[in-house]
Design a binder for this molecule. Structure first.
Ligand code: OOG
Ligand code: MG
Length: 235
C-alpha cells in the first residue's frame, strides 16, 4: 500500500485495520481477542521491522485441534509458535506493567499462528502490515492451560519441528524479555486508540521464532516444555 500511498502513516494504517474489523463483524464474525506481532528479535529481523504492532483476532480465524492449515483460502501460509493468554479481567492502559498485566490473566496456553500476507513474499513496511491486520489468518490454541504464576514464562521453551526435524527453538524470553511485557505493551498501545483488552479475550503474544512455511504435505509440530505440543498439517 505504501508504494501507492506513501502518505499512509501508522495512524491511518490502524484506521484501515479497524475498518477491516468492522467489515468482518458486519458479516457475522465475532471479535475473540488481540494479537501482537514483531515482538521477538527473530521476527523483527526476518521482517526488517523493529517495532511491535497489534491486530485483531476473530472467531473465523480459530483453527480447531487436528484441522489442517486451510490452504484453499490462503495464499502462502507460514506458521509460528506463540504463547497465548486467556484474560480473566479487562486490561486497560495506559501505565500497565507486566506484573499488572499478568495479574489479569486466567491461563496461558501453547499456541500456533498461521500468518498469510497479502503482500508478495511477505515484503512490507510497518504501516503496510498494520493495514493488513498483521498477516492474521488462523490460529490454534493448545488444550493444556496453566495459571501464569505456576510457570516461569521467560523460561518456557519451544522446539519447532518440520517433517520430523527440529529446525528452531526459543524460550518465552524471546518475546519482549517476558511475554507479560508483550501483554502490557498491547494494553498500553490499544489505550492510545481508546481501546482495551476485555475479560475472556485471547491475546497471542507474537512469534517466538521465525515462522516456517506450511505447504501442502508439511508436518509441523511445536513442542513446548510445559504447555504441551501443537501439531499442524499442511493439508
Ligand atoms: C507480520 C505478523 C507478525 C508475529 O507473531 O510476529 C506476527 C508477519 O510476520 O507477516 O504475527
Ligand atoms: Mg504471530
Amino acid at each position: 500500500m505504501t508504494d501507492e500511498w506513501p502518505e499512509l502513516d501508522l495512524r491511518a494504517a490502524y484506521e484501515v485495520q479497524d475498518e477491516t474489523l468492522r467489515r468482518r463483524l458486519a458479516r457475522g464474525e465475532h471479535l475473540v481477542g488481540v494479537k501482537l506481532g514483531l515482538t521477538s528479535r527473530a521476527k523483527q529481523q526476518r521482517m526488517n521491522i523493529d517495532s511491535p504492532l497489534v491486530a485483531w483476532l476473530t472467531d473465523a480465524m480459530v483453527l480447531p485441534a487436528g484441522e489442517p492449515v486451510p490452504q484453499a483460502r490462503l495464499i502462502h501460509p507460514r506458521v509460528e509458535p506463540e504463547l497465548v493468554f486467556v484474560m480473566r479481567e479487562r486490561l486497560a492502559g495506559p501505565g500497565i506493567t507486566a506484573a499488572r498485566a499478568l495479574a489479569a490473566v486466567e491461563r496461558v496456553h501453547a499456541g500456533a499462528e498461521v500468518i498469510d500476507s497479502r503482500y508478495r513474499d511477505f515484503r512490507f513496511t510497518l504501516p503496510d502490515v498494520v493495514a493488513d491486520n498483521a498477516s492474521s489468518a488462523a490460529f490454534a490454541v493448545g488444550g493444556r492451560g496453566v495459571r501464569p504464576e505456576d510457570l516461569d514464562l521467560a523460561l518456557e521453551a519451544v522446539l519447532v519441528e518440520v517433517d520430523g526435524r527440529v529446525v528452531d527453538s526459543a524460550t518465552g524470553a524471546a518475546v519482549q524479555g517476558h511475554p507479560g511485557e508483550a501483554l502490557a505493551l498491547a494494553a498500553n498501545d490499544l489505550a492510545r486508540r481508546g481501546l482495551a483488552i476485555e475479560a475472556g479475550q485471547l491475546v497471542l503474544t507474537g512469534g517466538m521464532t521465525d515462522a516456517v512455511a506450511a505447504p501442502p504435505g508439511a508436518r509441523i509440530a511445536f513442542h513446548f516444555s510445559n504447555l504441551g505440543s501443537i501439531h499442524l498439517s499442511g493439508g
